[in-house]
Design a protein around this ligand. Structure first.
Ligand code: CMC
Length: 371
């Protein structure tokens, strides 16, 4: 494995959770098309599928919802921790600390679905709490019986969200729940493989997620679209950026060498949400120009819009502040991280690859003389 290969093409796990076919642009969650789940099912149903291996029947769904609702709360200890973190601390760092702290309240034992539910339930509440606190807005912890996504938006904005916004964000959060052995999921499996706890696995995954080459891209997309500003400016602006050797945020993917199916699904969802929104019109035009220019500047690399490109359009249409894009991605992907941790622990062997030493050898040969 050559230096800088990024482990490309290396198979590091067998999984029943999800399948990504980058050549054909396919994404499967446990035998179901992710795209179908995103438009026909709820966050709760998709999470149940990833954690338990099947879509729930009515009774199972009710039980599952009850557990998730119970988890949507800030314990006094967690609230104190969130209050104590510096006001300027980036939200991803706050979430990392919050998840790690939650481990204290969990019974010891291997990663479990119940512990995963508690993490997935807590994250949106912690995001909303910090967001409202940072903006001097009152905190109202209400309407916990709503659907998971509706509840998140309600907490964030302090009022019930429009059904179209809930549908779009539900689709986004399902489409980003799971994605094979991406960097953060791999981090979660590596930590789990050492016998460590689920919370440490998720905290490590959050650390991986916040990087701009992974989950940190959507706010970069927003900046890109703001920089472009108008359809007329798309070609000169993108040409200038590529001419300077810059990467276009929201384009390219390690696995997809064709259109990212999640971007396709979100493109449709965002169209239904925003109608003739000029911003969406700009995004569609910028995508066309970018794909053409990427082929010109990077011939043969097969660079297309990835999920982050249309995620930014959807989130902007629901008025989600840019600093919440990556945390929201995190609240969704936590389902995939924990599903993989549970799977890893069930059939574990420590993940311990090798490296090739390329440094100098000691000047003397053989072992040091014994004195
Ligand atoms: N803009 C311009 N050029 C690009 C881009 C881009 N967005 N992405 C890749 N390239 C070029 C890159 O410069 C390289 O060119 P060359 O062969 O001349 O050196 C070639 O394409 C291959 O790039 P790479 O870095 O080897 O590809 P990778 O598989 O290591 O990286 C990536 C994948 C997603 C990190 C990369 O495409 C990228 O940086 N994209 C922008 C950031 C982004 O949108 N990230 C979100 C990814 S989707 C969310 C997720 O699943 O995590």
């Amino acid at each position: 494995m050559a230096q800088g290969s990024g482990l490309e093409g290396v198979v590091a796990a067998e999984t029943e959770i999800g399948h990504v076919d980058g050549e054909k642009g396919l994404l499967i969650y446990r035998g179901h098309w992710a795209k179908d789940l995103a438009v026909r099912h709820t966050f709760e149903e998709a999470a149940h599928l990833l954690w338990h291996g099947r879509l729930p029947d009515d009774g199972e769904l009710n039980e599952f919802k009850k557990k998730l609702v119970a988890a949507r709360t800030l314990t006094p200890e967690l609230r104190r921790l969130l209050d104590a973190m510096p006001k300027r601390a980036p939200l991803m760092n706050v979430l990392e600390a919050a998840v790690a702290a939650l481990a204290e309240e969990e019974p010891a034992g291997p990663p479990s679905v119940d512990a995963a539910i508690r993490i997935a339930g807590m994250l949106p509440v912690a995001i909303a709490y910090r967001h409202r606190q940072a903006n001097g807005l009152p905190w109202v912890e209400e309407a916990r019986e709503e659907g998971h996504v509706a509840h998140y938006l309600h907490l964030l904005f302090g009022r019930p969200a429009e059904p179209a916004a809930v549908r779009a964000m539900n689709a986004y959060m399902i489409l980003t729940m799971e994605h094979g052995l991406n960097a953060s999921t791999f981090a979660s499996r590596v930590v789990t493989s050492t016998g460590s706890d689920l919370h440490s696995a998720v905290a490590a995954a959050i650390g991986a997620m916040k990087g701009p080459l992974h989950g940190g891209a959507p706010s970069g997309v927003l900046e890109l679209l703001e920089k472009i500003g108008s359809k007329e400016r798309a070609e000169p602006c993108l040409r200038e950026l590529l001419g300077r050797g810059e990467r276009l945020m929201g384009f390219g993917h390690r696995v997809y060498k064709t259109r990212d199916p999640r971007a396709e699904a979100l493109r449709e969802v965002s169209a239904a949400l925003a109608g003739d929104d000029p911003w969406l019109d700009l995004a569609r035009h910028a995508e066309e120009v970018a794909v053409r220019l990427l082929e010109e500047f990077k011939p043969g690399r097969k660079l297309y819009a990835n999920v982050e490109f249309y995620a930014a359009a959807v989130m902007r249409a629901v008025r989600m502040p840019a600093e919440l894009f990556t945390p929201t991605f995190t609240a969704a992907r936590a389902v995939g991280w924990t599903a993989h941790a549970i799977e890893q622990a069930a059939n574990n062997r420590i993940i311990r690859p090798q490296s090739v030493y390329t440094g100098p050898w000691p000047a003397s040969s053989g072992e040091a003389p014994v004195r």
